[in-house]
Write a protein that binds this ligand. Structure first.
Ligand SMILES: Nc1ncnc2c1ncn2[C@@H]1O[C@H](COP(=O)(O)OP(=O)(O)OP(=O)(O)O)[C@@H](O)[C@H]1O
Length: 258
């Protein structure tokens, strides 16, 4: 049986500045090496959930266990990858990736090896000395992925990482992510608004309902890897998730008092 890496137990979240619950009674278990996508209407708490799993935001109640240990602060076990690449414009590609290891106790040689490995995994070994301004958006996001990989985290948390990119660059990076997941057996949690991206990448899609944010439905994607977006099976999941997604935030039925 595959061991679970993340256990979210009866999680509630209300931000101190508001008295409205953002997340209510969220429980889920994520297996090591799994890719899980979160879909849901804007404001239903997807980013909040990811931030809490990353240790950036405390829970109001409930627990998050990572490898059996309670998450109370950010750790090197999980890395957040954002839509904005966050590269330092005055550093080369190599030095941007190295930056992630600056506070680590690794030797200089080990850091060098990790940087080269990370950049090789995203196909950028030939751009070590390039400046971020010389790279396309897709390449900059690959540098950001390499930087995350250099840390060798167990979990990568992705908050709409490809939303700002054009379709083909997005497809290319989605393939990179599945390759990295397969080769490195990394657990990947992905927040997206793109149903196709969720089906293409995920082993499991979790649909959240809003007000307060809660798990509405889980869909296991039983398609072999090297998924074909044009296949009938893919179409089946597209329709299934599309329908569930709309049901998840249907306005309540209007009551008429006659
Ligand atoms: N730091 C904060 N303080 C107070 N309220 C917040 C804070 N961060 C988020 N919220 C509120 O929590 C709710 C959920 O926000 P969150 O960003 O988690 O949703 P989301 O599903 O990721 O939305 P989107 O898809 O638009 O990114 C929203 O109503 C938002 O206004």
């Amino acid at each position: 049986m595959t061991q679970s890496i993340i256990d979210v137990q009866a999680l509630h979240k209300t931000y101190p500045s508001s008295n409205k619950a953002v997340l209510e009674n969220v429980s889920l278990t994520i297996k090591r090496g799994e890719i899980v996508a979160f879909l849901g209407k804007s404001g239903c708490g997807k980013t909040t959930l990811l931030n809490m799993i990353g240790g950036f935001e405390p829970a109001s109640s409930g627990d998050i266990l990572l490898d059996g240990e309670r998450v109370t602060k950010p750790s090197q076990k999980s890395i957040m990858l954002m839509q904005s690449y966050g590269l330092l414009p005055w550093r080369t590609v190599y030095h941007n990736v190295l930056f992630a290891l600056e506070n680590s106790t690794l030797s200089k040689a080990e850091k060098h090896t990790r940087v080269l490995k990370g950049l090789a995994l995203v196909g950028l070994s030939d751009r070590l000395n390039a400046m971020p301004s010389e790279l396309s958006g897709g390449m900059q996001q690959r540098v950001a992925i390499a930087r995350a990989l250099a840390i060798e985290p167990e979990i990568i948390l992705m908050d709409e990482p490809f939303a700002a990119l054009d379709t083909f660059t997005r497809y290319f990076l989605q393939d990179e992510i599945t390759k990295i997941n397969k080769e490195q057996h990394m657990t990947i949690l992905l927040v997206t608004h793109d149903i196709d991206e969720a089906i293409y990448l995920a082993d499991r899609v979790i649909i959240l309902a809003p007000n307060p944010g809660r798990i509405y439905k889980e869909v296991t994607i039983q398609l072999p890897r090297e998924r074909d977006r044009a296949s009938r099976d893919f179409q089946h999941y597209r329709e299934l998730i599309f329908n569930e997604f709309h049901l998840s935030h249907e306005p309540p039925a209007i009551e008429y008092n006659i």
